[in-house]
Design a protein around this ligand. Structure first.
Ligand SMILES: Nc1ncnc2c1ncn2[C@@H]1O[C@H](COP(=O)(O)OP(=O)(O)OP(=O)(O)O)[C@@H](O)[C@H]1O
Length: 226
């Protein structure tokens, strides 16, 4: 369980997160949707302890950061570290052994190549493997489907299903509604730093239609394509 109470975050005069409350329970997958700049990454950074904030964030397993696997939108790697060394480093940081990295290298990453020289999608897959190998209780996956190939997208969907089965708590952001439909138990709509809607699985379709209507409406006709 992660409980977020009265969470606010500002950058100077810009109020990005406005008094958010959210409870995330074990064995559930939660999705966050919202326009660019709505505050999704800022929310994740606050939960991960990367940003300072007002309010409280509590977790059943504490401290939260020691049990959290945070996959960032664009993972960063130091220049002279191989994929294998990165996996080793992240496992060591949690006091875990790196077990069978070659056998468990399901994305066929070149583990002896410098990670900084990986492609965008390869970097994301390496960072994902690392947080999985840490055996965390909580996962935040910021746009996990973005920039990876179709095969890996299918794999990541199955990984999320498996995390749910294992009773983990998973929070995902995505700009592709279908990926959330395939993985989430509940979806929260974040608009200008506020949760304006939360829906359970059986209401996903109506949320998608509502968002489509609000964002597309009659704008295609307005475009006047010929
Ligand atoms: N370090 C920072 N300093 C100042 N403003 C920031 C900082 N980080 C984020 N912001 C601002 O906070 C707002 C929310 O940004 P955030 O990255 O959380 O949005 P997001 O919902 O993740 O967007 P996207 O979908 O584009 O990834 C934006 O207006 C952004 O410019």
């Amino acid at each position: 369980m992660i409980r977020i109470t009265s969470l606010s975050k500002s950058f100077g005069s810009l109020n990005v997160l406005k008094n958010l409350n959210l409870e995330l329970n074990a064995g559930n997958v939660y999705g966050i949707v919202g326009e660019n700049g709505a505050g999704k990454t800022t929310l994740f950074n606050c939960i991960a302890g990367i940003e300072q904030y007002e309010g409280t964030i509590e977790s059943a397993k504490a401290p939260l950061k020691n049990h959290l696997g945070f996959l960032q939108t664009e993972p960063f790697f130091f220049s002279k570290i191989t994929g294998r060394e990165y996996l080793q480093l992240l496992c060591t940081a949690r006091g875990k052994q790196l077990i069978n990295p070659d056998l468990r290298n399901i994305f066929h990453l070149p583990l002896d190549q410098y990670a900084a020289t990986y492609s965008t999608g390869m970097k994301k897959k390496l960072a994902l493997l690392a947080v999985l190998f840490q055996e965390n209780d909580y996962y935040i996956l910021d746009e996990p489907f973005n920039g990876v190939d179709i095969q890996s997208n299918l794999m990541i969907t199955e990984i999320i299903h498996q995390l749910k089965k294992l009773g983990k708590t998973v929070l995902i952001s995505s700009h592709i509604f279908s990926t959330l439909r395939d993985t989430c138990d509940a979806i929260y709509l974040l608009q200008q730093g506020l949760f304006t809607k939360s829906v359970l699985r059986d209401e996903f379709h109506s949320l998608e239609e509502e968002m489509k209507q609000a964002s597309v409406g009659n704008k295609i006709e307005q475009l006047g394509l010929k």
